[in-house]
Every structure is written in C-alpha cells, then in structure tokens.
Design a protein around this ligand. Structure first.
Ligand code: 5GP
Length: 118
C-alpha cells in the first residue's frame, strides 16, 4: 500500500492540523488521542512516511526504529504510567481496523485496563 501524504497524521506532522502534543524529537511526535479509550491514551508516530508497523519494520532505518522505540518509552514516562503500567498497541491493516494509514503506537494506561483494547 502506497503512503497517502494527505492522511490526518501527515497533516498533524506538517502542522496543518493541531494536536495536543506531548513529546517531539528527531524521530517521533506524540500527542493525545482525540477519542481516548483510557485515562491515558497517547499516540506516538514516526516522523517518516510509513503506512503501518509492517512498512516501518520493513523499510525504516535502524536509527529510526531505535529512535522511535526510545521515544515511546520517553512518552510513557512523561505521561506518568511507567510505574503503574501501560499497554502498547499498533493496528496494521484491515482486520485490525487500522483507521489512519500512518504508523502509530497507542500508549494506554492511567487505570486498570480491560483484557484488550478493541
Ligand atoms: P487506529 O485504529 O488507526 O489504530 O487508530 C487511530 C486513532 O487515531 C484512533 O484512536 C483515533 O481516535 C485517533 N485519531 C483519529 N483522528 C485523529 C485526530 O485528528 N487527532 C488525534 N489526536 N487523534 C485522532
């Protein structure tokens, strides 16, 4: 699947649409989900143009993958959920109901979570 540079997260990255920003570095941008499913529900996206986890893991550089993983950890710490615990989730493709075709990881926490985020 080709990357669509008009997807909503690409627009957020370009500053065309506002977001509730939590963190930004060379590799990643993090902002709060517009429709939170938990007390803490924050999205972390790579700065590069990747459709999904599958695309990212296949084609991103080691530096981007490493930088992104470090950013996810930093965002969880900033959101105050490292001690209490959090869930990471990434939807890839149709069966997972991926809504936005720019790779993102959900960080959910801030309360005891149900078995799985639907
Ligand atoms: P997906 O199903 O693709 O893994 O999740 C997409 C997530 O992006 C959803 O949880 C949805 O609430 C969130 N989302 C969609 N549009 C926007 C937006 O414009 N701003 C923010 N902050 N979150 C969004």
């Amino acid at each position: 699947m080709a990357y669509d540079s008009n997807n909503i997260f690409a627009k957020i990255l370009r500053g065309e649409i506002p977001c509730d920003k939590v963190y930004e570095d060379d590799f990643a941008l993090a902002f709060r989900d517009i429709n939170p499913q938990a007390k803490v529900h924050t999205l972390v996206i790579p700065k590069g143009a990747y459709v999904s986890f599958d695309d990212f893991a296949t084609t991103a550089s080691d530096a981007e993958i490493g930088g992104f993983a470090r950013a996810v950890q930093a965002v969880a710490a900033l959101e105050g959920v490292t001690e209490s615990g959090y869930r990471l989730l990434a939807n890839h493709g149709k069966h997972a109901h991926q809504e936005v075709p720019h790779f993102h990881i959900h960080i959910a926490g801030g309360e005891s979570l149900p078995g799985l985020i639907a």
